[in-house]
Design a protein around this ligand. Structure first.
Ligand SMILES: Nc1ncnc2c1ncn2[C@@H]1O[C@H](COP(=O)(O)OP(=O)(O)OP(=O)(O)O)[C@@H](O)[C@H]1O
Ligand SMILES: [Mg+2]
Length: 635
């Protein structure tokens, strides 16, 4: 137990003691007496009892209810986690410790006053799973639970938001918010529309209030996806011919003469004067004005030279679909902005869609700042603790583990070339299969998953691939990943939060073995992948494989010193291609990850400043959390 975890225990020990002391009393109640507690708590809330005062009793009641309804009793560490969440902290609880069950404690307590509690998950599958899994506990206690899914229609959403506790993915919450605000900002037109509907005036904002949110996998939302602009858009009436002309022009431009390419930033600079001088522009583009044509040319060039099919986007049924860069999942509701979507459509020879313009934009940190109280959970937050404090004023509290972890992570297997690395991976998988141990293989992108899958097929290794294309089967595929002898290939992020239950006898064989076929840019995401094994004291193991061809080393491309080092270490290898002295390579990996982390932090800095102003405003006297939230939109 390190200093921080000891601290969490010490800090919340008095609460824990009270809750534990109440356990026998809660256990002695009949089912209906236990369920009847909710009404009594509600009355006390109404009479002005502050939620903190109800904490011990409510937690004891929820613990007892969970025990009876789903047969799981909150461990002390989960109670501590729940207290941290109630006090608006980020509870850092190791992967597999049971954060889902933990969240029920503060959700119930904070829902008693009638305020809406939103439990925000990182994807649709988890929202559905958590609602199904935890729902019966709330319902037993007489609380209403709802879930919003991408497929939910307007009325389903309204109903879900009326519940005391609403589960949903972060995407759904934020887009409902944007749609609601759009509705309000166009109220006049809207009133007319409503009048036309005569009598069917049921449409209005569906999110009632932004009161208390418990955000699962908070680092993935606020750090990894923190800068992603989230917009709702309307068509701007640019004809498809313009996008086609822009692409035709881009194809005739010369790199280094008419434009330059920055691989790291993944950006293109257009040399306007040179393009004009060489008379490259057709009339249709000139007519648009300088800003517009430059932006279309830039988009066409990015479509040609930067974005890759099956990596950044997919083509499904003649439609271009964005792949979320963080999860590797298809995001059919999203489209690329600034004409990039259309440029890609032209490139792929698809029907060109209407270009739209964002009318309202926000991002996750800004959206979640609107809540009166925020709490978060994740297995990996400590490294970003400073940023959480700064951006959202959230403190990270590390919670100790229930049982000591039995997960073993081997040292990286470092190979000179990609081919040697893949060969070693195949041998490892075959070894596990012989023992009957299941293997989870993680890759950074959909493209990589498919490449691995192909190699496995060539070797005759039966396996299951989870990728953007097979998104619908995600739950099924992952749920089975702990079965004897099974091999499952996933993108690193797809596995986040998914509970892999071991098949019969698998624990005795050593549990699940996780193989990362490469390091991710972010160490946290590496850790999340390895966190799929060895959950709650189960045995499990993991190893990352590295080759000097890996993408991560690309940032050292122009660094001669590092290049020399990599060349020299690549010569000292055994006959499988495994490097004899991988230490210096491992150091470079850490450096690269840190470098990229810092680089992304720079990108987020502007955002922090913005969020900082909001935080100040929230802390000022003028701020009334329960006033009409709609007056305070900041985009
Ligand atoms: N108190 C408990 N008693 C028995 N089993 C539990 C308890 N709490 C959690 N579990 C089990 O532990 C497993 C992991 O739970 P869960 O998926 O909520 O973990 P997590 O902390 O959210 O992990 P991740 O960081 O990967 O999302 C589940 O199978 C769950 O049923
Ligand atoms: Mg989880």
């Amino acid at each position: 137990m390190n200093f921080m975890t000891k601290n969490a225990y010490k800090r919340f020990a008095p609460w824990l003691k009270k809750i534990n002391n109440l356990e026998p009393k809660a256990a002695s109640l009949s089912d209906s007496e236990l369920a009847g507690k909710t009404e009594a708590f509600r009355r006390r809330c109404k009479n002005g009892k502050p939620p903190d005062a109800l904490l011990p009793e409510t937690f004891a009641v929820v613990r007892e209810a969970a025990k009876r309804v789903i047969g799981q009793r909150h461990e002390d560490v989960q109670i501590i986690g729940g207290i941290a969440l109630h006090f608006g902290k980020i509870a850092e609880m190791v992967t597999g410790e049971g954060k889902t069950l933990t969240a029920v404690l503060p959700a119930y307590l904070n829902g008693l006053s009638g305020r809406k509690v939103h439990v925000v998950t990182s994807n649709e599958y988890l929202a559905k799973r958590d609602r199904l899994w935890m729902g019966p506990i709330y319902e037993f206690l007489g609380m209403r639970v709802g879930v919003i899914l991408p497929s939910s229609g307007y009325q389903d959403r309204q109903k879900a938001y009326e519940a005391n506790i609403t589960y949903g993915s972060y995407n759904e919450f934020v887009f409902d918010y944007l749609r609601d605000s759009r509705l309000i900002s166009t109220k006049d037109d809207f009133q007319e529309f409503l009048n036309d509907l005569s009598g069917k005036q049921t449409i209005g904002p569906c999110q009632k209030e932004l009161s208390y949110a418990i955000i699962d996998e908070i680092d993935s939302i606020l750090i990894d996806a923190g800068t992603q602009p989230l917009s709702i858009s309307e068509p701007i009436g640019i004809p498809a011919a313009v996008h086609i002309k822009a692409m035709q022009t881009a194809l005739r431009l010369t790199k280094g003469v008419h434009f330059s390419l920055d691989e790291k930033k993944r950006s293109v600079e257009v040399f306007q004067e040179k393009i004009e001088e060489d008379g490259m522009l057709p009339y249709e583009l000139v007519e648009l004005g300088e800003d517009r044509w430059k932006s279309y040319i830039r988009s066409s060039l990015r479509a040609l030279h930067v974005l890759e099919k099956d990596r950044e986007y997919l083509v499904v049924n003649q439609r271009l679909i964005v792949v979320d860069p963080f999860t590797g999942r298809a995001a059919p509701n999203r489209s690329f902005g600034e004409g990039l979507q259309q440029a890609l459509e032209v490139k792929e020879n698809l029907p060109v869609s209407a270009e739209t313009r964002p009318v309202l934009t926000t991002n996750y940190p800004l959206y979640f700042n609107h809540y009166s109280k925020l709490a978060g959970m994740t297995g990996t937050a400590k490294t970003e603790a400073k940023e959480f404090k700064k951006v959202l004023g959230l403190e990270v509290v590390s919670i100790p583990t229930f049982l000591p972890s039995k997960r073993r992570r081997g040292p990286d297997g470092v190979y000179a070339t990609e081919a040697e690395k893949m060969n070693a991976i195949v041998q490892t998988i075959k070894g596990c299969q012989k023992e009957g141990r299941p293997v989870l293989v993680g890759a950074n992108s959909v493209l990589k998953c498919e490449a691995v899958s192909q190699i496995l097929s060539e070797w005759g290794i039966e396996h299951h691939v989870l990728s953007a294309r097979r998104h619908e089967q995600e739950a099924e595929i992952i749920a089975q990943a702990g079965q004897t002898g099974r091999v499952t290939v996933v993108t690193n992020m797809a596995g986040r939060g998914v509970d892999i239950v071991l098949g019969e006898g698998v624990a005795e064989l050593g549990g699940l073995h996780v193989i990362a076929i490469e390091h991710h840019d972010s160490r946290r995401i590496d850790d999340q992948l390895f966190g799929r094994a060895g959950r709650r004291g189960d045995p499990g193991s993991g190893q990352c494989f590295v080759s000097l061809d890996d993408d991560l080393f690309r940032i050292f491309r122009n660094n001669e010193k590092v290049q020399r080092l990599l060349t020299s270490v690549s010569k000292e290898k055994d006959d499988t291609g495994k490097l004899i002295q991988p230490k210096s390579v491992e150091k470079k990996i850490m450096e690269a990850q840190l470098f990229i982390q810092r680089y992304h932090f720079q990108l987020r800095k502007g955002l922090i400043k913005q969020a900082d102003q909001i935080r100040k405003w929230r802390e000022s006297d003028k701020y009334n959390p329960f006033a009409d939230n709609w007056d305070h939109f900041v985009f």
